[in-house]
Design a protein around this ligand. Structure first.
Ligand code: FMN
Length: 179
């Protein structure tokens, strides 16, 4: 299946980018066609009516157009969506054809905090519903991610690792059903 992963913060040491890379490797190992958008690929100009999309924005749009499923790995900033990711989503919502209606989405987050970024994912849910995307009810969150993620982005806590595997399976089943 053609899957896109999008997320992480703009900082090179991003825990969410580390988790994203780990998920991308797992999905590729299972034979899926994976494209990742993270770091500099998400440093887009601020959305402005009348401003033409940048080449990077068009590349992201093309990636999502071709995707059968999207995995978002989002940091939590002040209980919400970080600005660079919301900006990317706003660009994508204005471009034709919109990639969002009917697109299955898995929401993931990693945070050093105790809630693992779960509050940002609630904000994501509202935004994605507004655009017609189909968000999997289950999410993947990694609390205390500064301690819980190893260097390759895998969860060191066995319960979190097992939950991650189960959630990924649920997402792949949803994508397969909607394909
Ligand atoms: C402006 C700002 C707001 C933040 N707000 C939250 C928050 O509401 N909840 C939380 O768990 N972490 C919060 N954090 C901490 C981030 O979760 C932490 O910096 C995390 O490492 C960011 O993700 P990254 O590692 O992918 O860059 C915030 C960080 C920043 C810079």
């Amino acid at each position: 299946m053609r899957l896109v992963l999008m997320g992480g913060s703009l900082r090179p040491e991003s825990l969410n980018a580390r988790l994203l890379r780990h998920l991308a490797i797992r999905l590729e190992a299972r034979g899926h066609d994976v494209s990742s958008f993270t770091g500099e690929a998400l440093r887009l100009p601020h959305y402005e009516e009348g401003l033409a999309p940048s080449p990077e924005t068009r590349t992201l749009h093309e990636g999502l157009q071709a995707a059968q499923g999207l995995v978002i790995v989002s940091p939590e900033y002040n209980a919400g969506i970080p600005g660079h990711l919301k900006n990317a989503v706003d660009w994508l919502s204005t471009m034709k054809p919109s990639p969002w209606p009917g697109l299955p989405v898995l929401l993931c987050a990693a945070s050093p905090g105790a809630f693992g970024g779960a509050r940002a994912l609630m904000a994501w849910r509202a935004t994605l519903a507004n655009m017609g995307a189909l968000t999997l009810p289950e999410t993947l969150t990694v609390p205390h991610a500064d301690q819980q993620l190893d260097g390759d982005g895998a969860a060191t806590d066995p319960r979190t690792a097992a939950a991650a595997a189960k959630t990924l399976e649920g997402f792949l089943s949803l994508v397969a059903r909607l394909r």
